[in-house]
Ligand binder design. Structure first.
Ligand SMILES: C[S@@+](CC[C@H](N)C(=O)[O-])C[C@H]1O[C@@H](n2cnc3c(N)ncnc32)[C@H](O)[C@@H]1O
Ligand code: SF4
Length: 425
């Protein structure tokens, strides 16, 4: 059976958090208080699901994993979330190697849900954005939950039978001391979930935070913060699989293989999602109202091999993953050899040569991998420190690429999580 992963995008939230890179392109008035559109959005999703999945079923595809992300999918009601997953299951079968179905949520968004029904309907993994275990920091982040709500949300999930739970925490936040970082992670670990994603804060344009920030961290400071975080996680038996992803058991975040290592093709439903299917990238409309008005309008379709930002994003993801960049899979899924990818993109060419020259990567079994996870962290922190420093980026490209930089940009790589919102593509 051929396998596919499904992504369902819900572009609504309770608040526009001051740091969030996922919704920075959405106007606040289109993101929050959109209840009057929820019903129409769900109907549009169902229409799209019924239009696309039967033909994939006929072609022999089964579902490997599903991810309901956003935004905040639990902005919708239990009935609506059950309705969507049932529509999917009526139109395609799960693969014998099915892994899991994740539902993203925020702590304050859990009181109005019946998690037992959600569990019975097929959601079997929760990913909750906690960010910080310090209430004063939560306020500064523009979150609308408290630490007390975090523990009651977890109790609710567990009572409903969820035992596969990820918690998102953030480090390297503005003015964060090592004591704060340590307290945040240690209190986060007391929550007792089996997976944590420890995100390093990425300063993002069009966010309240970026406007207020006085300084960004240097590469060395970022490395120190990550190494401190990793030590805390490892001392508590959490293994780092992908950069920033820590798991206690074998159950891992599926994004680290599906999108980062290109393990399966994927199909995204809803606004702003992008799909990677049969060597084509299909982009959904950016605005939720455009999607609601015409959910079956064919999205923009392009070959990944023709999109520099798309190739660059996949380069930075793939080498960050545990498996590394598999040259054969890269070519099969993106329709271009890695060598040609380097010729197309100064960014890929420069980073590849830099990492090679500094002995940070090796090639084995047709895969490019970091020699160890410390080198992977150094690479990530170097990129993060350079994110918006165009003169440093151009200087770097001039030094390490054999090609001449044109429209050099390092912005899109910050879209690091689900592979579905490729900024600049
Ligand atoms: C799709 S988002 C949010 C999911 C959910 N709406 C929530 O807030 O919990 C997934 C995660 O990305 C992380 N994130 C968002 N913006 C970030 C940024 N600028 N830098 C680092 N991590 C970020 C946060 O930890 C967040 O929980
Ligand atoms: S962090 Fe989550 S709740 Fe906050 S704006 Fe981003 S997607 Fe919405």
């Amino acid at each position: 059976m051929k396998e596919i992963s499904l992504y369902v995008h819900v572009p609504y939230c309770n608040s526009k958090c001051h740091f969030c890179s996922y919704v920075s392109h959405i106007k606040t008035e289109d993101l929050i208080r959109q209840q009057s559109h929820y019903g129409d959005y769900v109907e549009a999703l169902k229409k799209q699901i019924r239009a696309y999945l039967p033909s994939l079923r006929e072609k022999g595809y089964g579902v490997r994993s599903m991810y309901f992300g956003g935004g905040t999918p639990t902005s919708l009601s239990t009935d609506q979330l059950v309705d969507i997953i049932q529509t999917i299951k009526q139109n395609i079968d799960l693969s014998p190697n099915y892994i899991d179905t994740t539902l993203e949520t925020t702590p304050e968004n859990t009181t109005n849900h019946d998690f037992t029904r959600l569990r019975e309907a097929g959601y079997d993994r929760i990913s909750m954005g906690v960010q910080s275990m310090i209430d004063a920091r939560l306020k500064r982040l523009g979150r609308c939950h408290s630490t007390l709500q975090v523990s009651s949300a977890l109790e609710r999930f567990r009572q409903a039978g969820f035992d596969n739970i990820n918690v998102d925490l953030m480090i390297a936040l503005p003015d964060e001391t090592n004591e704060e970082l340590q307290l945040n992670l240690e209190d986060g670990l007391k929550l007792g979930t089996n997976h944590y994603t420890v995100y390093m804060f990425v300063p993002t344009p069009n966010t309240t935070f970026l406007k207020k920030m006085k300084r960004v961290y240097t590469e060395e400071e970022l490395c120190d913060k990550y190494f401190l975080a990793r030590n805390i996680m490892e001392n508590n038996s959490f293994k780092e699989n992908h950069w920033q992803y820590f798991s206690l058991d074998k159950r891992r975040c599926i994004s680290d293989s599906t999108y980062f290592s290109l393990v399966t093709e994927w199909l995204a439903f809803g606004s702003t999602g992008n799909s990677l299917l049969q060597n084509k990238v299909i982009m959904g409309p950016a605005h939720h109202k455009d999607f609601i008005n015409d959910p079956l309008r064919p999205g923009s379709v392009y070959a990944p091999s023709k999109s520099k930002p798309y190739l660059e994003l996949h380069y930075s993801w793939a080498i960050m993953s545990e498996r590394g960049l598999d040259l054969k899979i890269w070519e099969e899924m993106l329709g271009i050899s890695f060598q040609n990818g380097m010729e197309q993109s100064v960014e890929i060419d420069a980073w590849h040569h830099y990492l090679k020259q500094h002995g940070m990567i090796k090639e084995e079994n047709n895969k490019i991998v970091f020699v160890d996870s410390n080198q992977r962290t150094k690479y990530a922190c170097k990129r993060l420190a350079m994110t918006y420093d165009m003169s440093a980026i151009n200087q770097f490209y001039n030094q390490y690429s054999q090609f001449k930089p044109s429209n050099a940009s390092s912005l899109h790589w910050v879209s690091q999580n689900h592979g579905l919102q490729v900024q600049g593509a």
